[in-house]
Design a protein around this ligand. Sequence first.
Ligand code: BGP
Length: 505
Amino acid sequence: MSFPKNFLWGGATAANQYEGGWQEGGRGIAVHDLITNGTKDEPRRIFCKNDQDDEVTIQMGECIPYGYVGFLKEGYYYPSHQATDFYHHYKEDIALMAEMGFKTYRLSISWTRIFPNGDDETPNEEGLHFYDNVIDELKKHNIEPLVTILHFDMPLNLATKYGGWINRKLIDFYLKFAKVLFERWKDKVTYWITVNEINVLGGYWTLGLASNHRKTGAHSNQGETPLEDAGIKFQSIHHMLVASAMANKMAREINPHFMLGTMCALSGIYPATCHPDDVALAYDMQDMMAFAPMETYVYGIISPLVMNKWRKENTVPQMFKEDEQILKSGTADYLGVNWYCTQTVGISNSKSGFNIGVELDIKKNPYLEYGHWDWSYDPKALKMALKECYARFKKPIMICENGWSELETVEDGKVHDQKRIDYLHDHIKQMQNAIDEGVDLIGYQHWSFIDILSSSQGFDKRYGLVFVDRDNFNIKNCQRIKKDSFYYYQSVIKNNGLGEINEER
Ligand code: BGP
């Protein structure tokens, strides 16, 4: 019962949530710089206004209404501007990773640090130099960088001028960005992820779907109906999948030894009852939301079931003739998955199947416990999901994110995060079981290595193995304090698994 010898134990972060230094080193403005802090009970949002100064706010997943633009509102706090200040703490933080024994560290590159406007002619040397330093520091500690090219990041200029990923021109801007990174670090970075959670139907925050590009004659990105809205997002994701495949192909030409992955958010989906409609709903949701995009980046095909559904709904994305060939020519070497929890769903109206317009009845699973933000604690489902992914795709699997969030404080200089330790233990045990049953699992990147800004909630929602002394309103001194889980994960890595003592728990 052990993990493979070269198993990639590590941790993950993303530039938009971790890096800070928002106006340093020639960095340009990104959409996420416009997102407010949020509190423990209120999600983060973006203020938008139109020519008449009317204001609306949007939340994660939403698009900007036509005629509005996002802006920084006076009197509000924008926590990603400093985040947890990796920009100035990278040496200290990498030393902490090394102390834990990390084999890998998953980081993402801030697009606007390299191309401040996204459509610049030449890259920003100062931005590249920052990451040269980070990568060299990792290498010094024998930590393998695992680089995510795009993680919930969008140059503001690309959103306002081009409307984000709805516009096919974004493929070229992304490829130019990716090429600079592949060439710069071709001898230093082996593991890459082209896009974080390519299956997440984000709006303005992740896909840059701003409406003012209608003036340029492109498609609308603010659907009049839920169906239109979904079609717009499918179109954007199609562009991302094409971009990702082209990046993989290009990367192999630069260094054939690269290990290239694309990644999906994965969560187990249970039917709320054994009523066949609920069971079919859970099956379809999982298939459409996770397995179909995986089919595209593993096999290079668009799932025929998805295509059929799109045709019926009239949401088929516009595709170029060459897309079919492009998708086939740039498949991934490994399957990346992010895993946190499971969901339990039923159908609450008379329609059936996973279709737009069906009201989902989201339940709490009576057999599971839930955390503060209603995310379930369900380690056994991870093993099932790993087996299902392996059975379908037969590719090595990397867990790119997994972790437990809490509201946390320091007591006598310590953070006792027993729940996170339990979560880690129980999930690692299920990973071990999956390996024992034949799954080719190659790595585990804990989310997150250190406390960083939560995508949805701000600083109250902490995931780190290292506490950062700052809050939702104040950067404070950003002091790093090792949590109890830091030492626990250190022992796991040292044992290359749970080891005898941990096993007995
Ligand atoms: C994933 C994202 C991460 C991270 C995580 C936790 O979807 O890739 O960036 O944020 O979810 O989500 P949250 O921070 O909203 O709790």
